[in-house]
Design a protein around this ligand. Structure first.
Ligand SMILES: Nc1ncnc2c1ncn2[C@@H]1O[C@H](COP(=O)(O)OP(=O)(O)OP(=O)(O)O)[C@@H](O)[C@H]1O
Length: 374
């Protein structure tokens, strides 16, 4: 072979395997395809469009809030959702919704990013704060309870905030209880989308197995959850790897905030994350395979699941007399911040009898840093 031929052949092996024309700019972790930027944008956006269409996530005319933390995933989500909405004429009215947990040096900075995103993407932004809703910011809660268990408060309160999305675009939220009392009649937002990605979901499958939490294992892989009377939440990035989202944000030069929460060392989830990343290095499909395993688990019909009712105090769904948020709030307001902290689920997700507290409240199972529970 002539030398000049050999040198011209070498770069050809790094050609994009899709367009066979441009130079490959990355290797996708999930299939090891070497592709160029343009084909990557197309492939990534098309995969999300497919998830939206195949799972019928939205209907024309719906009002959809993007849970915007200012982090990479939700920033990419807001950007891609507005692009796809325009390109494929979904007919959605999109909003950004941010929850200000009141964490100085973390959320205040990330909210500044979301405020810029509001202008960059032309999406109206609504910020709701724990302080306004519950009377407590996370800074104050950490002062009262310390660093241990603070994620339980944050996860539970954030989940409850989800229900308020019904109302936040209608009027300022003054308190939790009247807001919930007004019920679905005032529904203003039809769906909430979050930036949970395939890595998050694989981690959660693994954590639910490790904790023996069958109830959550059964629902953590669903692309849409919460149709049981609560606002439906959708996860269009269910099958998108974190690395692809990172690359997309980087190539598109999106404006996001990338600091970890200062109160959330999140050690247990962190180990699961590392473990999954190690597996992915050996077997690129590992993350998608774990999700598939989670989807395919069948729960025996003889397994007793928690019965779903409503909280006597605020009306939020609860398998106990009072929902977790009301128990935690009561503890905070009575100067007993540890009330409601602790795990009381038995094996197979069955409820064990928990110690009675004043007002007939019972402990219910807690969950650290429930990113899937937003
Ligand atoms: N404070 C918040 N306000 C609004 N949405 C939030 C907030 N925190 C989390 N979410 C939503 O839940 C998803 C997963 O939460 P997670 O804790 O993994 O977010 P993050 O790592 O802070 O940011 P991101 O996922 O955007 O990179 C986010 O992608 C976002 O859609």
């Amino acid at each position: 072979m002539e030398e000049s031929e050999a040198t011209t052949k070498k770069p050809r092996s790094r050609q994009c395997c899709i367009c066979k024309d441009r130079r490959a700019a990355l290797k996708r972790p999930k299939n090891l395809e070497q592709i160029c930027r343009e084909c990557f944008y197309d492939a990534f956006e098309e995969e999300i469009h497919k998830v939206i269409v195949q799972n019928q996530l939205f209907k024309p005319g719906e009002r959809v809030a993007v849970g915007a933390s200012g982090g990479k995933d939700s920033t990419v989500l807001a950007y891609v959702m507005s692009e796809l909405n325009r390109r494929h004429q979904y007919g959605l009215e999109l909003f950004l919704l941010s929850v200000d947990e009141g964490i100085t040096g973390y959320r205040d900075d990330s909210l500044e990013t979301v405020k810029r995103n509001e202008i960059q993407y032309g999406l109206p932004l609504k910020i709701v704060s724990y302080k306004d809703l519950y009377g407590w910011s996370m800074d104050e809660i950490v002062k009262a309870i310390g660093l241990k268990n603070n994620c339980t408060f944050c996860g539970v309160f954030r989940r409850q905030v989800r229900e308020l999305i019904y109302f936040v675009f209608a009027r300022p939220v003054v308190s939790l209880i009247p807001a919930l009392d007004r019920g679905a009649a005032l529904l203003k937002v039809d769906k909430l989308v979050t930036g949970h990605n395939a890595d998050d979901i694989a981690e959660t499958v693994l954590l639910n197995i490790l904790r023996g939490d069958i109830a959550r294992l059964g629902r953590c892989t669903s692309i849409t959850t919460g149709e049981d009377g609560t606002i439906p939440r959708c996860k269009p990035f269910n099958f998108e790897n974190l690395d692809d989202i990172d690359t997309y944000a980087y190539f598109k030069k999106l404006d996001y905030f990338s600091t970890e929460c200062i109160y959330s060392p999140n050690a247990y989830r962190g180990f699961a994350r590392e473990f999954i990343k190690d597996l992915e290095r050996i077997r690129p499909r590992a993350i998608l395979d774990i999700i598939k395993s989670g989807e395919d688990f069948r729960i025996s019909t003889t397994t007793k699941m928690p019965e779903q009712g409503t909280c006597e105090r605020c009306g939020y769904i609860s398998s106990q007399k009072w929902c977790k948020a009301c128990v935690l709030l009561e503890g905070l307001n009575r100067g007993l911040p540890k009330l409601g902290i602790g795990r009381t689920r038995g094996r197979n997700g069955q409820q064990r009898d928990a110690p009675q507290t004043n007002g007939g409240m019972k402990n219910i199972g807690s969950k650290q840093c429930g990113t899937l529970d937003f």
